[in-house]
Design a protein around this ligand. Sequence first.
Ligand code: ADP
Length: 453
Amino acid sequence: MIQKVLIANRGEIALRIIRACRELGIKTLAVYSEADVQSLHVQLADEAICIGGPKSTDSYLRADRIISAAEIADVDAIHPGYGFLSENAKFAEQCESCNIKFIGPKSKSIRIMGDKAIAKDTVRKAGVPTVPGSDGPVESEAEAVKIARKIGYPVIIKAVAGGGGRGMRIAHNDVSFAKEYHVARNEAEKAFGNGAVYIEKYIQNPRHIEFQILADSHGKVLHLGERDCSVQRRHQKLIEEAPSPFLNADLRKKMGKAAIRAAEAAEYQNAGTIEFLVDPKGNYYFIEMNTRIQVEHPVTEEVTGIDLIKQQIRVANGEKLDLDQSDITWTKHAIECRINAEDPARNFTPSPGTISLYYAPGGHGVRVDSHVYSGYTIPPYYDSMIGKLICYGSTRKIALQRSYRALSEYLVRGIKTTIPLHKAIMSDPTFIEGKATTAYMEDFMSRTPPDLF
Ligand code: ADP
């Protein structure tokens, strides 16, 4: 039985995990960098150990120090959260070999899904549609151009080790391909230490629709429905909602089954997400699997009533899922807005600094997952997300109105945030009508004067 969990993360997700553990009667150990002494996760955990300097390469990415902390504090499990070491197969393996439960999938599944070319190949063999493209990574520019011509422009060049929207470039013809191919390789090499890229058809105006998977170690794999994450800036999600305004019951059923097949193909256990692009005609294509809990997991929790973090811990404990597919229903609509410390009026430049006043909204149907408070100083070393606002209700209309109302109450003084941007989107007809595709944000920004933010 898991009695004590080390949380190998920071920010709102560290708090989210502490809260789930506390409700389950499990003790928590926070690890933190020198820049996070003031952080709420350090204050709220039962114990805390400093693991290094402010840069994540000196702290949250130091597997050796995290494992040492786990051994010193005698924990039985590590929850990696998202980002940092959460999709690092070697780290999961190290935990496995030290007899510490990794609250996530087996390292083997992380390895399969962590290489996007292998992942595509694996799910295709299981009968899941994938975006037409190269079979695995391309070896040379000459070969790459040949494939691009065969698929037909526009194409997208993607890093096999990709994540966070980096190492991804679009090419419209041979000339732009030659340039973008090298840019993508260099970006991938810099960001992931692996310059390998593959090529896909660029799907025009798609929706990003992903399915939440939950699987136990006894062979049961369920899906908890979809999240529509089409509102993105530079391939990074800004707003997520469930259910998707685009899907009907029939398509949801088909995609849900495909998502389960994809997870089974990787012998998946624990919580994970199968991401698809869906074209305007309703054709869907697998793009990748995230082998961890995701930022946007609360929208699924609010529409299904299932606590995903608790389920993760139970599955890691070897327990059987006490749910069947037919138990999972979607009776509400939920929308999440990511609140980032960025200035939307100035090309989303990061806005770290001290929050002089913080007041989070509340009331019926409002959830705020955040680690910040009045007087908190945002360190410049990590990502810019300072909170998530999740509003839910019995219909999409209510969730939209509630989001607008809650955003109007949300006060974060002393820094710039994306709150005014979200308010503008919540009152934009295209978004309200449920018509946003991944092309939405670029169009929205081009027709919205910056002084609105
Ligand atoms: P990452 O792992 O970096 O997040 P993904 O493969 O999940 O990369 O893709 C992120 C986003 O990039 C997608 O949600 C979509 O907006 C865009 N994208 C990726 N592949 C394609 C494609 N083949 N056609 C059109 N857009 C794409």
